[in-house]
Design a protein. Sequence first.
Length: 395
Amino acid sequence: MPKNRVSLSNWLEPPHNRWAFQNVSAILPTVQIVNNSGEITHLPKASTDISNVTFAAADGSPTTWAKHLRESFCDAVCVIHNGQIVDEQYFNGMHEQSRHLLMSVTKSVTSAALGVAVGRGLLSPSSLVTDIAPEFCGTSLDGCTVRHLIDMTAGTDFVENYDLYENPESDVPLIEYERQAGFRPLGNRPTVGVLKHFSTYEMARPHGEVFDYRSPLTNIVARILEIVQGISFHEILSRDIWTAFGMEHRAEISVDALGFPIAEAGMCCTVRDLARFGLAYLNDGVIDGKAVLPTQWVRDTQAGDEIARSCYLKYLDSLFGTGVEGDDWNMYHNAFWIKEPGRQFSGLGIFGQYIWVHRPTRTVIARFSTYPSAAPTMLSAETIRGFNAVAQALN
């Protein structure tokens, strides 16, 4: 272990996360995700100086792209414009082959694997979860569809409040879930794993009624993908994402004590491979001239739909009151946050992980960070402003 004594008890906390997010396999059990073909998608480089692109910092003062990256706990960034890498930078000891924790951008990768399976006719977004996985009969997933899972509109009762990170010794469901996921010490608690733990959750409301962000739902998506394909989830990712997309470097995903992959937050990969992933969503499922995702799935993800929008508006109403403008996002759909339907959307992970896609300017930005808190609103908004400023400067 490093000199700062990073451990399972503190690796999610700053400043320990600065080292831990690049060294997850030294802290958690992981399994590999590999490109089995060895064929790598070519990413040409056309370096462009965007260091002086200017936008508003969190405090309202002007900042530049270079200053922002230095001061916003960025670990790595890769900017692609018109299919070429125009800016690629590494900080905090990272380099081209360094893997970094994706946190909830893992959900977006899981969604891509779901899209592949849907395209093959193995299941449908309207499929009932319990028809595929009878093991969840009698749980909060009775009557739940795959769409409810991937859009976070299932009625399962689970509170995901990152303010709870301030009290990691509490027994609230989020912290207890992370113990079963292997993200925190179990202590003397029994090991049941994330799937059995999920089965203890009650119902909060009817399925499909409102958006409510709950990470454990995405693990159920991974489980049903295992069932319909007869192989483990990390093997699915190796075959359908890492090999199909022509990824350059090995990735990994953490597993719970029973060996089940943490499909909602446990992936680690290089920033360049994450950028490749974003390219497929920019190009309607095509990367380097090869179809890797069903076009219909990608276009549906880009645009969202009225149901997802309605569910998201109900969520905002519950937070801010009816008719009050709440935040900058339009909806959550297929494990992506949609800012402008059909134009701008992003996979997001706590502590500052992004795969951001801006279709009008043909720009993709992959970024890894170790923010000093899980979800700093002002810093996150500054980061998105920076992405937009860079995209407009490149256009």
